[in-house]
Each structure stands twice: as structure tokens, then as C-alpha cells.
Design a binder for this molecule. Structure first.
Ligand code: GA4
Length: 336
């Protein structure tokens, strides 16, 4: 469902819908249970005490900012996005537009080293090292979380989910999104144009769910991310407070299909209305192209009959690139 015209929610409602926080230093059983609960209710949670070193994060942030500060001509040499590479405003192949520029990279080291020459001419090998370290940390964190999901769901094969993204042929991606600051005149025009500031809101990346299994997002301290949550009055946009020391985890469409619809793929968007620029660094944990996506048998019961046909990630990926960003791709595979 696309509910693009919804207003962001008021303070009262945000308090009621506060984002679940998972502390990875909790007893494992407790953390696993809370992760599953957060994935069932929202498909979204914040992770603290994650053990990822600050240096790994700040080194990638520095490399990203170095790249985005280059001239447009220099940046274009890492593009156009096909879909990987450097892109400005255009998202995907079916006409979606957002107020951002980005680097979309495969996490495969050979892809990174090939691309590094156009991204960081001054020191491509340094760029490769920094990306590899960050991706390694994200893969570890995402795998750990998926193992906890497996435990929390009581799967016979606790590594059933994490195996997909640990596979050496995984199709995982890293996305660096740069939302430029809103200019003084734009801010004033938007204020003068309407009392309703949301009508003139700049959408950085429009409403969608992530297609993969799991997304791990980190941003600088500039707000913008919003998640769509259900409330008794219907769906509402909940702004997520930025926290550069934490990671935000989003369930993807494949997680939903693998758990027979029990875990959510959260719909979210990024607004770009700030006077400071926002940088987000996003890891998408993805299975190999040939991986078959069928629900874990434990998630199919007489009370919860099977909801989706089986498909491979390659088939799903092809379908998703033929659709618009906001479409519900899983509908193509729905059984009931
Ligand atoms: C959304 C999540 C990731 O950013 C992404 C996006 C991808 C792209 O930018 O190339 C897609 C989008 C995302 C889903 C639908 C298709 C594909 C743009 C688009 C319109 C990298 C991904 O895997 O799917």
C-alpha cells in the first residue's frame, strides 16, 4: 500500500510508537525474543552495544564525504548507475526520482577494487580496505542478528537465515546516500508557500520496503528516516531520531517470505528537509542469485497456511527492477 500523502505523526503518537531498542549485551535468549517481537510488530529496531568499532564507521564516513565533495564531473566517472555505481536523483530503471546522490556498490571485493579507481583516484587501495572492513563488520552483525532471529523463532536450523548472507556467493550491497542540505531560499520558499510544511517536503528516497533479507543502516546525526507503522487510526509515518552511535535494522521482503509473512518488511522513506546534509551508509544482506526462497517449515502451520510461492533471488531481483520503488513486490508471489 502506498500512503505517500500521510502526515508525519504528532509527538504524542511518536511516544506511543517508539522504536524498539535491542541491547546486544543482554542475555542472548532475551535479546533473541525481543528481536523477533520487534520484527513481528514493526520490522524495524535500533541496535546498541553492537561491538562495531567507531573507527571502522568513521573511516567509511570520511571516504564517503571525500567522494561526495568532488566536482560533479569527477563523480560522474563512477556512474551512471547500472544499477551499481554513482547516481544523482534517478533511482532504479522505471522513473523514480529522489533528492539525493548515491554510490551503490556490490560488496564483492573484486567489484570494489574495480570500482575504487573511479571513486578514490588518490588512494584506491585505501578505499578498498575501508569498505572491506565496514562490510565485514556489517556482515558479522547482520549474521549474528539473523542467528538470533532463528533462535527466537525456534527454527530447527538456527543458521538457516544467516547462511544465506554468509554464503561466499552472496549478492549483498552497500549503499552510500548523500542528501544535500536544503538551501536557505528553498527553506524560505517552502515556509512562505504553505502552512503545511509536509506539502513541500523534499522526499530524499521515496516510500518502499527493502527487497533483501536484512538491512543495517547507520546515518550521521541529521534526521530524515521515517518508518510506516500501523496504529489504531491506520498507518502513520514515524520519524526516527538519528543516532550515529547505533545501527538501525530493517526486515526485508525476503525475510517476510522466508518466515511465511510472520516477520514484517518495513515500509520506510527518507526526507531531505534539513539545513545540514545527511549521509547514510546502508548494508543490504542478500542471498546468492540461485538461492531458493521458501518458508521455513516451522512457520507454516494449519493456523498460518503458506502465503507465498517459492522463487529464487534472481527471479525476485528481475521482477523488482521491472516495478516502481513503492510497489509491493511480494504480491507477485502471493498464494492467498
Ligand atoms: C531499494 C533498496 C536498495 O536501496 C536497492 C534499491 C534498488 C536500486 O536503487 O537500484 C531499487 C529499490 C531498492 C527497489 C525497487 C527497484 C530496485 C530501485 C528500484 C526502483 C539497492 C534495492 O536492492 O532495492
Amino acid at each position: 500500500m502506498v500512503v505517500a500523502s500521510l502526515e508525519p505523526v504528532g509527538v504524542e503518537r511518536i511516544r506511543a510508537l517508539s522504536v524498539p531498542v535491542i541491547d546486544l549485551s543482554w542475555r542472548r535468549e532475551r535479546a533473541s525474543k525481543m528481536i523477533v517481537r520487534a520484527c513481528e510488530e514493526f520490522g524495524f529496531f535500533k541496535v546498541v552495544n553492537h561491538g562495531v568499532s567507531e573507527d571502522v564507521v568513521s573511516s567509511l564516513e570520511d571516504e564517503a564525504m571525500k567522494f561526495f565533495s568532488l566536482s560533479a564531473r569527477e563523480k560522474q566517472q563512477a556512474g551512471p548507475p547500472n544499477p551499481l555505481g554513482y547516481g544523482v536523483r534517478g533511482i532504479g530503471f522505471t522513473g523514480d526520482i529522489g533528492e539525493l546522490e548515491y554510490l551503490l556498490l556490490h560488496t564483492n571485493p573484486s567489484f570494489i577494487s574495480q570500482k575504487a579507481h573511479s571513486i578514490c583516484k588518490s588512494n584506491p587501495s585505501e578505499f578498498c580496505d575501508v569498505v572491506e572492513e565496514y562490510v565485514g563488520a556489517m556482515k558479522e552483525l547482520a549474521s549474528e542478528i539473523l542467528e538470533m532471529v532463528g533462535e527466537g523463532l525456534g527454527l530447527g536450523d538456527k543458521q538457516g537465515l544467516s547462511k544465506f548472507i554468509r554464503d561466499s556467493e552472496n549478492d549483498s550491497l552497500l549503499r552510500l546516500n548523500h542528501y544535500t542540505a536544503i538551501q536557505e531560499d528553498e527553506a524560505n520558499a517552502s515556509k512562505a508557500g504553505s502552512k503545511d510544511s509536509t506539502r513541500n517536503a523534499r522526499v530524499g528516497f521515496g516510500e518502499h520496503s527493502d527487497p533483501q533479507i536484512i538491512t543495517v543502516l547507520r546515518s550521521n546525526d541529521v534526521p530524515g528516516l521515517q518508518i510506516l507503522a500501523s496504529s489504531p487510526e491506520g498507518p502513520v509515518w514515524v520519524p526516527v531520531q538519528p543516532d550515529p552511535t547505533a545501527f538501525y535494522v530493517l526486515g526485508g521482503d525476503l525475510l517476510r517470505a522466508l518466515t511465511n509473512g510472520r516477520l514484517m518488511s518495513v515500509r520506510h522513506r527518507a526526507m531531505a528537509n534539513c539545513r545540514r546534509s545527511r549521509l547514510s551508509m546502508i548494508y543490504f544482506g542478500t542471498p546468492p542469485l540461485h538461492a531458493r526462497i521458501s518458508p521455513f517449515p516451522e512457520t507454516v502451520t494449519p493456523q498460518a497456511p503458506r502465503r507465498y510461492k517459492s522463487f529464487t533471488w534472481a527471479e525476485f531481483k528481475k521482477a523488482m527492477y521491472s516495478l516502481r520503488l513503492g510497489n509491493n513486490r511480494l504480491d507477485l508471489y502471493r498464494l492467498r
